[in-house]
Design a protein around this ligand. Structure first.
Ligand SMILES: CC(C)(COP(=O)(O)OP(=O)(O)OC[C@H]1O[C@@H](n2cnc3c(N)ncnc32)[C@H](O)[C@@H]1OP(=O)(O)O)[C@@H](O)C(=O)NCCC(=O)NCCS
Length: 136
C-alpha cells in the first residue's frame, strides 16, 4: 500500500508504511489494495465513513481503477453500517475532483488554507446505499 501511495502522490504528501500501519490499526479503519497499482484507505465510525487516502499509480490511471476502489470502499463501509461517506480533496486537484463528481459526490464544505501551499480543501459527501453493501 505504501509503495502505491509513494508512486502516486506528490512529494511531501507521501505516507510512510509505518504511518499507514498505524492508521490500519485504528478502530474502523480498513484498506483495499489492487495489484494493478491502486489503494484506498477508509474509516468507519458509527454511521459515517471517510476516505483517508485514494491513490492510483500514474501508469494505471484512466482505466477505472480509482473509481472501482472508491466503489469498493463505499460498499465495504456501507456493509459496516455507514450511511454517508465523506472525503477531502484539494480544490486544485482536478483529476480527483473529476473522479468524485463522476462518482456522485456533492459539495459539503470548504476548509480554507487547509494545505501547506495555502490551498483550500473541499469536503465532499455521498449518501451510501445500504442495498449495495458488501460484506465485511
Ligand atoms: C485521482 C486518482 C485516484 C484517479 O484514479 P484513476 O484510476 O485514474 O481514475 P479512474 O480511471 O477510475 O477515473 C474515473 C473517472 O474520473 C474522472 N477522471 C479521473 N482522472 C481524471 C483526469 N486526470 N482528468 C479528468 N477526469 C478524470 C473521469 O471522469 C474518469 O472517467 P473516464 O476515464 O471514463 O473519463 C489518480 O489520478 C491519483 O491517484 N491521483 C493522485 C492521488 C490523488 O490525488 N488522490 C486523491 C486524493 S483526494
Amino acid at each position: 500500500m505504501a509503495a502505491v501511495h509513494a508512486a502516486a502522490m506528490p512529494e511531501g504528501e507521501v505516507w510512510e508504511a509505518a504511518a499507514i500501519a498505524v492508521q490500519l490499526a485504528l478502530p474502523g479503519v480498513f484498506g483495499l489494495l489492487d495489484s494493478r497499482g491502486g489503494m484506498v484507505l477508509a474509516r468507519v465510525a458509527a454511521d459515517e465513513a471517510e476516505i483517508l487516502a485514494l491513490a492510483v499509480v500514474p501508469a494505471a490511471r484512466r482505466q477505472g481503477l480509482g473509481a472501482a476502489l472508491l466503489a469498493a470502499a463505499e460498499a465495504r463501509a456501507a456493509g459496516r453500517g455507514a450511511a454517508v461517506m465523506y472525503l477531502e480533496v484539494a480544490e486544485r486537484n482536478a483529476a480527483a475532483r473529476a473522479l468524485y463528481a463522476h462518482a456522485s459526490y456533492a459539495f459539503a464544505g470548504r476548509r480554507h488554507g487547509y494545505y501547506r501551499d495555502g490551498g483550500d480543501a473541499l469536503v465532499l459527501k455521498k449518501r451510501l446505499n445500504p442495498a449495495a453493501a458488501a460484506g465485511g
